[in-house]
Design a protein around this ligand. Structure first.
Ligand SMILES: O=C[C@H](O)[C@H](O)[C@H](O)COP(=O)(O)O
Length: 244
């Protein structure tokens, strides 16, 4: 691992640990997101289970987070039995100054968990914080689409929403990435998004679209691990605190 990679991993870990310690209490029902930062969320939950007997029920958002929960020996729940959840913790690919997010391919289950949680906390490293969505994250907004409609959705987005969609292709197989729900992902470049709610609304009304990786006005608090060994928090009122 290079020096920069090590810094980034340490930043993710600090954000994840700080968020878990601030928000997670015994007896809670916790939505567990997906991605590389969430690995540290689960790591901290398992530590606290072993050290202080923390007893929580975890509701996964993907095959990955299901395995993290099971491998860590945490209690596994599901949304039908446990909604509403007390809190969801998840990563992000970009977070703007109003705490709107671009999320990754597990977006549909992640958004369902978040929508059914009393609180949503986001954890990330310093690279993810920006003023406007699309400023730093240049790979586009992921959109989960039904396989039979991917071309039609794609054409509509080009023609009517001025986006540039790319069907996400798999790396270790020929053909597209298939989500945990059996669908495809379009990564759509909309440029910088001053009004992500408008983009979200325009995309979600297209038949064949399951869900969009724009999370607008859902976050309670964001934790960003910094490059200097600390972390910052930003809450939904815009209050920013620095921790060293
Ligand atoms: O589906 C993936 C999720 O939305 C992730 O939370 C997001 O892509 C951020 O991932 P990472 O923590 O690996 O940067």
């Amino acid at each position: 691992m290079s020096g920069t990679e090590a810094l980034i991993e340490a930043a993710k870990k600090r954000a994840a640990y700080a968020a878990v310690d601030e928000f997670i209490r015994d007896g809670m029902k916790v939505g567990v997101g997906s991605g590389s930062t969430v690995v540290y969320v689960v790591e901290r939950l398992v530590q606290r289970k072993n050290e202080e007997g923390l007893n929580i029920t975890c509701i996964p958002t993907s095959f990955q987070s299901l395995n993290l929960i099971n491998d860590g020996g945490l209690n596994l729940g599901d949304l039908n039995r446990h909604a509403p959840l007390d809190v969801s913790i998840d990563g992000a690919d970009e977070c703007d100054e109003k705490l709107n997010l671009i999320k990754g391919a597990a977006l549909t289950l992640e958004k369902i968990n978040v929508f059914n949680s009393k609180l949503f906390v986001v954890v990330a490293d310093y690279r993810k914080e920006s003023k406007v969505l699309g400023q730093k994250w240049k790979k586009g907004v992921p959109i989960e689409v039904l396989p039979l409609a991917w071309r039609a959705v794609s054409n509509y987005i080009v023609e009517h929403l001025h986006g540039k969609p790319i069907l996400r292709m798999a790396v270790a197989k020929a053909g597209p990435v298939v989500t945990d729900n059996g669908n495809f992902i379009l990564d759509v470049d909309f440029g910088e998004m001053a009004d992500p709610l408008k983009v979200l609304t325009d995309v979600n009304r297209i038949p064949g679209v399951l869900e969009t990786g724009l999370f607008v006005d859902m976050v309670e608090k964001a934790f960003f691990g910094t490059a200097d060994g600390g972390y910052v928090t930003v809450d939904r009122k815009g209050e920013r605190k620095v921790f060293q």
